[in-house]
Design a protein around this ligand. Structure first.
Ligand code: 5GP
Ligand code: ZN
Length: 114
C-alpha cells in the first residue's frame, strides 16, 4: 500500500472532492483553498517531483494542462482567468511529493508570487 497521500486519493482510500477525472489524470479541490477556486490536478502515475519527469511523461503533462482548460470552463473562470503553479522541492514550496498542478481562480493574483 502506498504511503503517498495523493496515491491514496487515486486508489480511493481517501475520498476527494473530485472535479475532473479521465484515464490518466484526476482533479479535486484543495483541502486548504488559497483562492475561491483551488483545484489540484494530478497524474494517476506516481511521480514525486518535476525532477523525476521522463521523456515518456511529455504527453501526460499536456493532458494535465488540457484538464485545467476543461476545469476552468466547468468552473466558469476561463474568461476571467486563473493561475497554474507546480511547486518543486523545498524551496519551491512543495509539501506533497506527488506532482500536482495547482489551479487557482476567483480573485486577482499577485506577481511576483511569495
Ligand atoms: P504543495 O505545497 O505540495 O505545492 O501543495 C500541496 C497541496 O495539497 C496544498 O495546497 C494542500 O492544501 C493540499 N493538501 C494537503 N493534504 C490534502 C488532502 O488531504 N486533501 C486535499 N484535497 N488537499 C490536500
Ligand atoms: Zn503518489
Amino acid at each position: 500500500m502506498s504511503e503517498c497521500l495523493f496515491c491514496k486519493i487515486i486508489s480511493g482510500e481517501i475520498a476527494p472532492d473530485k472535479v475532473y477525472e479521465d484515464d490518466d489524470v484526476l482533479a479535486f479541490r484543495d483541502i486548504s483553498p488559497q483562492a475561491p477556486h483551488h483545484v489540484l490536478v494530478i497524474p494517476k502515475e506516481h511521480i514525486a517531483t518535476l525532477n523525476d519527469l521522463e521523456e515518456r511523461h511529455a504527453t501526460l503533462l499536456g493532458q494535465m494542462y488540457l484538464a485545467v482548460k476543461a476545469i476552468a470552463k466547468q468552473e466558469g473562470v476561463a474568461e476571467g482567468g486563473y493561475r497554474t503553479v507546480m511547486n518543486c522541492n523545498h524551496d519551491g514550496g512543495q509539501t506533497v511529493y506527488h506532482i500536482h498542478l495547482h489551479m487557482l481562480a476567483g480573485r486577482g493574483m499577485q506577481w511576483p508570487p511569495g
